[in-house]
Ligand binder design. Structure first.
Ligand code: FES
Length: 234
C-alpha cells in the first residue's frame, strides 16, 4: 500500500439550476397530459397505498408481540392424523422407508380442509429412519418413535428456515440459513449454531392398517422461539 494520503475532490451534488427547472417543467407537462391531477381514482389509490406503507411498521411491530406463539402453537397434527408423503400425498408405512432415508411429510387433512401455503409451512415434518440402537433417547421420547423412525418439525427453531440437510453418517440435521445443527439420535438436540432449542418431535405410531400416524399434536410450539425467551426470561 502506498504510504501517501490522496484527496479526491467531490463535485457539487446539487444539479445545475437549468436541469432542475427542466425537470419541474417536464413533470408538470406530463401530469397535465395524463390528467393525473384530475383523476380522483388514481389519487385515492395513491392515498390507500401510502396508508398501507404507514401501516406496515405497525403490523411488523404487532408481529413481534405475543401473537406468534399462538400462531405456531396450532398445526394440523392431532391424534391419529396420517402421515402423507410430500408431494405424492400418499400415506406411508414403516416398510416404505429404508434405514438412512429421509422423507418430507404433511398431515392428512380432514375432508373439506384446504391445504394452504401457510399451513403447509407450519405442518411440514421430516421423517428419518435410523437403526433403533442408534437412538440415545429417554423412554418417553423413544416411545414417540416407531421401529427406528423418528419425526421432527421441519421449521428451524432459530428463525424459521426449513431444515433441509441430513447427514446420514453423523445423524445430523443442518439448517442452511445459519448452520444450526441438530442431533437426530438425541431428539434433535442443538449441537451447533444459534438455535436455542431442539426441533419439536412429533410422536408417531401406526394405525390398524399399518400406516404411520401421529400419536398426538406437537407438545411444544413449532418454529422460532425468540418471543418465548423475551416473555419468560425477560
Ligand atoms: S434459521 Fe436455522 S439456523 Fe437460523
Amino acid at each position: 500500500m502506498p504510504d501517501q494520503e490522496i484527496i479526491a475532490e467531490r463535485h457539487e451534488l446539487r444539479s445545475e439550476e437549468i436541469d432542475r427547472d427542466d425537470l419541474v417543467s417536464t413533470f408538470k407537462e406530463r401530469a397535465e397530459t395524463t390528467g393525473l391531477g384530475r383523476r380522483s381514482l388514481i389519487k385515492r389509490t395513491l392515498g390507500v397505498a401510502l396508508g398501507l406503507v404507514g401501516l406496515s411498521p405497525l403490523l411488523l411491530l404487532r408481529d413481534s408481540g405475543p401473537l406468534p406463539k399462538k400462531y405456531f402453537d396450532t398445526t394440523n397434527w392431532s391424534k391419529g392424523t396420517r402421515l402423507l408423503l410430500d408431494p405424492a400425498g400418499t400415506p406411508i408405512k414403516a416398510s416404505d422407508l429404508e434405514v438412512g432415508a429421509v422423507a418430507q411429510i404433511l398431515p392428512e387433512l380432514p375432508t373439506g380442509t384446504e391445504r394452504t401455503l401457510e399451513n403447509t409451512g407450519k405442518d411440514a415434518v421430516l421423517l428419518i429412519r435410523l437403526r433403533p440402537e442408534d437412538f440415545n433417547l429417554d423412554p418417553q421420547r423413544l416411545s414417540w418413535t416407531y421401529q427406528g423412525i423418528i419425526a421432527f418439525s421441519k421449521i428451524c427453531t432459530h428463525m424459521g428456515c426449513a431444515v433441509a440437510l441430513y447427514e446420514q453418517q453423523t445423524h445430523h440435521l443442518l439448517c442452511p440459513c445459519h448452520q444450526s445443527t441438530f442431533d437426530v439420535t438425541r431428539a434433535a438436540k442443538v449441537i451447533f449454531g444459534p438455535a436455542a432449542r431442539p426441533l419439536p418431535q412429533l410422536a408417531i405410531t401406526v394405525d390398524a392398517d399399518g400406516y404411520l400416524v401421529a400419536q398426538q399434536p406437537f407438545t411444544v410450539p413449532i418454529g422460532p422461539s425468540f418471543w418465548e425467551r423475551n416473555s419468560s426470561n425477560g
